[in-house]
Design a protein around this ligand. Structure first.
Ligand SMILES: Cc1cc2nc3c(=O)[nH]c(=O)nc-3n(C[C@H](O)[C@H](O)[C@H](O)COP(=O)(O)O)c2cc1C
Length: 138
């Protein structure tokens, strides 16, 4: 399994590491990968995609790396199981509702409620770890 993410100030990256911990504790293997470094052909061999991006711009995905990645995979992910996560700041989570709706429109099934954490996951470590565990039981 792979966790693919973008993170500007490290909060989504910390979430990715905690989710990884949860996946590993369930006995599965997982790698984290920056979206800028992911091999898309390789990634698309997996049945489950774990994707993380914070709220950026005005309630959108990060526009220079993550948004182009989503556009690239859009027509190739029908039938995949997808788990979404990301950090946000002052908004109400609209970016993630849009992200979820978008992945569903591409034919994906969402595994459990997307995980959103305001700023750093301090105090929410277990929530992230549990999210990782849920992914493995999907
Ligand atoms: C350029 C920029 C735009 C942002 N836009 C939003 C936004 O629209 N809504 C929101 O809730 N937070 C917004 N934020 C706050 C980030 O989502 C928040 O700081 C998050 O923790 C960043 O995650 P990261 O550390 O993984 O980059 C924005 C932050 C930056 C730097």
């Amino acid at each position: 399994m792979k966790i693919v993410y973008w993170s500007g100030s490290g909060n989504t990256e910390r979430m990715a590491e905690l989710i990884k911990k949860g996946i590993i504790s369930s006995g599965q293997t997982v790698e984290t990968s920056l979206v800028s470094e992911v091999n898309v052909d390789d990634l698309l061999k997996d049945e489950i995609l774990v994707l993380g991006c914070p709220a950026m711009g005005d309630e959108v995905l990060e526009e220079s790396e993550f948004e182009p990645f989503i556009e690239e995979i859009a027509s190739k992910v029908s039938g995949k199981k997808v788990a979404l996560f990301g950090s946000y700041g002052w908004g109400d989570g609209q970016w993630m509702r849009d992200f979820e709706e978008r992945m569903i429109s591409y034919g994906c099934t969402i595994i459990s409620e997307p995980l959103i954490i305001q700023y750093a996951p301090d105090g929410s470590e277990n929530e992230c770890i549990d999210f990782g565990k849920q992914i493995t039981s999907a």
